[in-house]
Design a protein around this ligand. Structure first.
Ligand code: PGA
Length: 225
């Protein structure tokens, strides 16, 4: 069976107490996740250590991801979180190039390329967000999330067929080993449909990952295909 990713991006949400409650709710459910599905939970930096220890304690089959990474190695870069800092916390994946980073923090191609390099050097796997077929993808990236800006947080997802076509073009460019996810208003009603597309390898979920019951439903629906 082909590998599939379900990535939860909490963005700048959740306090310690709220994260604990979410994990408690998810742990209470008898989660049956097929082996080909990799669930990646991406909380804010402030919650990485807590989530790491609680995922372990509850024996949850989730990998840990970060939402961003410094473009520099560790050193005198006040406020930045380096890839090495994160590996130490059990982080395996990192989202790079999200449209919110590009828009609000002016992240451009050179800085994104540096972030990818730093991540790969430290052993983290980038999940690189592109906004369309022509968005440049730095060398070494193998997991790409197609996230059209108009679909993010709007309740207006792209069609699964169009997302599949974009994924096909990206795979043609990067190579058959590339995996392409779709993100943008994914919810419990449409996740399975995106996951079913020939060229899509899963979904990246923002808003709908914040509530444990919605996220569990997405996992359940995506596990059945
Ligand atoms: P959304 O966000 O699911 O809330 O649309 C997705 C994302 O921005 O990664």
């Amino acid at each position: 069976m082909e590998k599939r990713f379900i990535v939860a991006n909490w963005k700048s949400n959740k306090t310690v107490g709220e994260a604990e409650e979410w994990i408690k709710q998810v742990s209470g459910d008898r989660l049956q996740v097929p082996e080909n599905i990799e669930i990646v939970l991406c909380p804010p930096f402030t919650l990485l250590a807590l989530v790491h220890s609680q995922l372990k304690a509850q024996n949850l089959p989730f990998a840990l991801g970060a939402q961003d990474v410094s473009p520099f190695p560790e050193g005198a870069y006040t406020g930045e979180v380096s890839a090495r800092n994160m590996v130490d916390l059990g982080v395996k994946y990192v989202i790079i190039g999200h449209s919110e980073r590009r828009k609000y923090f002016q992240e451009d191609e050179p800085v994104l390329t540096d972030k990818v390099r730093e991540s790969l050097d430290a052993g983290l796997t980038p999940i690189f967000c592109v906004q369309g077929k022509t968005t440049p993808i730095p060398a070494g990236v193998k997991i790409i999330a197609y996230e059209p800006v108009a679909a993010i947080g709007t309740g207006q997802p792209d069609s699964p067929e169009n997302a599949d076509e974009v994924a096909r073009v990206i795979k043609e460019k990067i190579g058959p080993e590339a995996m392409v996810l779709y993100g943008g208003s994914v919810n419990e009603g449409n996740a399975a449909n995106f996951c079913q597309q020939e060229n899509l390898n899963g979904v990246l979920v923002g808003g709908a990952s914040l509530e444990a019951d919605k996220f569990l439903k997405i996992l359940e629906n995506a596990s059945q295909i």
